[in-house]
Design a protein around this ligand. Structure first.
Ligand code: NAD
Length: 429
């Protein structure tokens, strides 16, 4: 079924893959993971690389490279986002797919983990070109995705529109009798195309909730607390929006164009309106432009990395002043930085917990599509909060009971769930 399988041999490259492997190994050691199960979980199940031609507006043909890595499906269909970014490659997709496996297992969802994308800078293409690129990529993925097999969702530089194009292409290439059965081949769709209320804000809402749960645990009031956000896209914006509503103050924000600072506070809605009209944060006048490398050292209570991986490293971890780091992004903190942060007694709400609101929201959308149901925003948000609270409490109690950091605790819960599934079912044949 998978048209091109690439074996993972040789030493792992430094970067996100090395990072997720070290996190996994550490947690696996802590639970004395069955060595046979460790072998299975250390490697991805399937890796697909596709090269496909697309006609550009100029009439020229450009050939693109797309990826889909399926790490593990012991607990259910593969699930994970599609990213359009120049840094997308096989190793990045492997790392992000692994994180998805741990994330869905921790959340108690009937899913495995996958990730993929296209190695492009989408800013260089027109909307019509992006539509053709997306549709042709979907066609190239063919039967390697499917509503009960592998369900993509939005990630960096992809959104509900991207999902609508994928859905339409996938449905259009089925036989007439099969078409309407496939609404849940992707999640994060626009409401009119089978999307769910609340999915747009689910990840950011989840990031906010985990910060709120942490504050409750620490007996802190979020009112008046200051926060900084790296990345003002889907995750960064919604996390900021909910935090501001709770009385916290956004004082620094960074996007791909620069870092913007205002110690009196930056209005989240005003910033979002500006971004919508200007296309980025560049030129935002109600804040001062600050050097990018000063961002993480900003004096604040809460730090939310919500852009790319490997942003907090040994070179900047020591300057962080926040009391808590809420990882909206996947893999924003590398292992060396984590040691520094733990020594400084900074709490980390690990990515597989902190940003799991997104995949939980996706699960709700998938369920509604599958069962022909439509839930209200209130129902979705209420169910999301309940599920996330359960995960948060479990991570915190395992961390305390077993004397491990929060990330290791989250990984331990996820890996134990997978280990149990394998041990009970055995290995075919
Ligand atoms: P997005 O494309 O909507 O926004 C990305 C933001 O990051 C933009 O503001 C962009 O300018 C900024 N950015 C990009 N490169 C940067 C750089 N080098 N320095 C500073 N800022 C930079 O993406 P998103 O959907 O918000 O995803 C953000 C992160 O959250 C990713 O790590 C993603 O994997 C993770 N995540 C997303 C979801 C989801 O539902 N969208 C779910 C879970 C995790």
């Amino acid at each position: 079924m998978i048209s091109e399988t690439i074996k993972q041999d040789g030493p792992v490259k430094q970067g996100m893959l090395a990072n997720v492997m070290r996190q996994f190994e550490h947690a696996a050691d802590s639970i004395e993971l069955n060595p046979n199960i460790r072998k299975i979980l250390s490697i991805t199940n399937n890796e697909l690389v596709v090269h496909f031609p697309v006609k550009m507006d100029s009439g020229e043909i450009e050939v693109f490279t797309g990826y889909r890595v399926q790490h593990n499906n012991a607990l259910g269909p593969y699930k994970g986002g599609l990213r359009y970014h120049p840094t997308v490659d096989l190793d990045a997709a492997r790392a992000l797919a692994m994180w998805m496996t741990w994330k869905t297992a921790l959340a108690g969802l009937p899913y495995g983990g996958a990730k993929g994308g296209i190695q492009i800078d989408p800013k260089k293409y027109s909307s019509a070109e992006l539509e053709r690129i997306t549709r042709r990529f979907t066609y190239a993925l063919g039967d390697n995705i499917g509503p009960e097999l592998d369900i993509p969702a939005p990630d960096v530089n992809t959104n509900s529109q991207t999902m609508a194009w994928i859905l339409d292409t996938y449905m259009s290439t089925r036989t007439p009798n099969e078409r309407s059965k496939n609404l849940h081949v992707v999640t994060g769709k626009p409401i009119g195309a089978g999307g769910s209320e609340g999915r747009d804000r689910a990840t950011g809402f989840g990031v906010f909730l985990t910060v709120k749960f942490w504050a409750e645990q620490e007996k802190l009031d979020l009112k008046g607390k200051t926060f900084i956000v790296q990345g003002f896209g889907n995750v960064g914006y919604w996390a900021s929006w909910f935090l501001e509503r709770e009385g916290a103050k956004l004082i620094a924000v960074q996007d791909v164009t620069g870092t913007y600072y205002n110690k009196e506070g930056i209005s989240v809605d005003a910033l979002n309106d500006y971004q919508k009209s200007a296309g980025s944060l560049e030129g935002y006048s109600n804040a001062t432009l600050m050097a990018n490398d000063k961002f993480f050292g900003t004096d604040c209570d809460i730090c939310i990395p919500a852009a790319l991986g490997n942003q907090i490293t040994a070179s900047n971890a020591h300057v962080i002043k926040a009391k808590v780091i809420a990882e909206g992004a996947n893999g924003p903190t590398d292992i060396d930085a984590e040691e520094v942060l733990l020594q400084k007694d900074i709490t980390i709400i690990p990515d597989i917990l902190c940003n799991s609101g997104g995949v939980i929201g996706s699960y709700f959308e998938w369920l509604q599509n599958r069962n022909g149901e439509i839930w209200t925003m209130e129902e979705v948000m209420e169910k999301l909060e309940k599920k996330l609270k359960t995960s948060f409490d479990r991570v915190m109690s395992v961390s305390q009971e077993r004397g491990v950091d929060t990330r290791t605790a989250a990984f331990m819960i996820a890996i134990e769930r997978l280990e149990q599934a394998y041990l009970q079912r055995g290995i075919f044949p």
